[in-house]
Design a protein around this ligand. Structure first.
Ligand SMILES: Cc1cc2nc3c(=O)[nH]c(=O)nc-3n(C[C@H](O)[C@H](O)[C@H](O)COP(=O)(O)OP(=O)(O)OC[C@H]3O[C@@H](n4cnc5c(N)ncnc54)[C@H](O)[C@@H]3O)c2cc1C
Length: 328
């Protein structure tokens, strides 16, 4: 598999990058660490004429205190997040989830922005061009069929990022910029829930920073991940849980967010209500795990059996909630 030809552009500032993106529109793609983009280009899934490299923009690489919360630049490498004392103190679940992305060499290259902007994945999509040609096009590659869900009327490619669920459980927001404009939205709104076009980003837009609000003082988090090889792989299921409690040991709020079981990160909507006002026992965690099981709808497209992955949602959710509760 060879890289297609492209022009490599390396702006030195965010405003220069936004100019270039505005100028080249749909013909341009952003590269940060390149650990996903270059693989996709080699597989013939993307062939941008211009690759706009963010690596020489220091203003996108920072971790700052923000009145008890955090601001993290999109170009911050995952290894920096894993080793950041500030993040480990304020939002340890973010460092934990980052430490479980791929393997250390990829954490050394991969960035927070690149991780949050991952494409959805599918066994019939993430293959070489010649492999795909033997099967014919699917929705994700411009056709009108799905090879996974027979008779399916849309793309079921799965979102498998590890970091978004942890950040969503922490109520994070993202700042997005384009030439002449800027918006800040909840991280959850970055995801469309559509397999074919998973990100609510327009051409010309760059994810600039992630903002994590301060957590209540007694808050714990945990991220659980099922994967084939503990040393390397994308999640087959991932569960992030964040819970807070008051001084009397009663839960004051909680969030549970799943990954790899849908077309975007999936918040278990009922979790907060089920946890709030209660002491988090095995039984309470099991009830939330049942709700997570009901919400998850994995399909057989990223390895392992979908019904097994769905059962593991229940196991990992219960484990994540109890670990988070024990960590406040
Ligand atoms: C073998 C292997 C295993 C992997 N395992 C995992 C895993 O377990 N968990 C996991 O989460 N990921 C995994 N990955 C994917 C990837 O390595 C990481 O998610 C990494 O963090 C991506 O960051 P990057 O900077 O390298 O992204 P890039 O490849 O540079 O970019 C990824 C995408 O995001 C876009 N992009 C990048 N930065 C921005 C920005 N600031 N604004 C807007 N768009 C942007 C790019 O255009 C591209 O579409 C794996 C990859 C490989 C090759």
């Amino acid at each position: 598999m060879q890289l297609p030809g492209f022009q490599h552009l390396q702006p030195g500032s965010l405003s220069e990058a936004l100019e270039l993106l505005a100028e080249h529109g749909e013909e341009a793609r952003i590269i940060a660490g390149g650990t996903e983009l270059l693989v996709s280009m080699k597989q013939g899934l993307l062939a941008p004429a211009y690759v706009i490299d963010l690596k020489a923009i220091p203003e996108l690489d920072f971790i700052d205190d923000d009145d008890g919360g955090l601001r993290i630049g999109a170009l911050t490498r995952l290894v920096t997040i894993v080793n950041s004392r500030l993040i480990c103190e304020r939002s340890p679940v973010l460092a934990q989830a980052s430490s479980m992305v791929a393997a250390p060499p990829l954490q050394n290259m991969g960035t927070l922005g690149g991780n949050l902007c991952l494409n959805t994945r599918c066994f019939y999509f993430n293959q070489s061009r010649s492999w795909r040609q033997t099967r014919g096009s699917c929705y994700k590659t411009g056709g009108d069929t799905c090879h996974v869900v027979k008779g399916g009327n849309r793309c079921f490619a799965t979102y498998q990022g590890d970091v978004a669920p942890a950040l969503m459980a922490l109520d994070a927001k993202v700042r997005i910029a384009s030439k002449g404009s800027e918006r800040t939205v909840p991280l959850a709104d970055l995801y469309t829930g559509k397999g074919k076009r998973p990100l609510a980003l327009e051409p010309g837009e760059v994810l600039v920073e992630v903002q994590v609000p301060p957590s209540p003082s007694k808050t714990g988090g945990d991220y659980q991940k099922l994967r084939y090889r503990g040393s390397m792989d994308f999640p087959l299921v991932g569960v992030a849980a964040v819970v807070s409690r008051d001084d009397s040991g009663v839960c004051t709020g909680g969030k549970v967010v799943l990954t790899a079981v849908s077309r975007g990160p999936l918040e278990v909507g009922e979790a907060g209500q089920m946890l709030e006002g209660r002491e988090v026992t095995d039984q309470v965690a099991a009830q939330v795990a049942d709700a997570a099981f009901e919400a998850a709808r994995p399909v057989d497209n990223v390895g392992s059996d979908a019904s097994y992955r769905r059962k593991m949602v229940r196991v990992l959710t219960q484990r994540a909630i109890l670990n988070a509760w024990g960590r406040e």
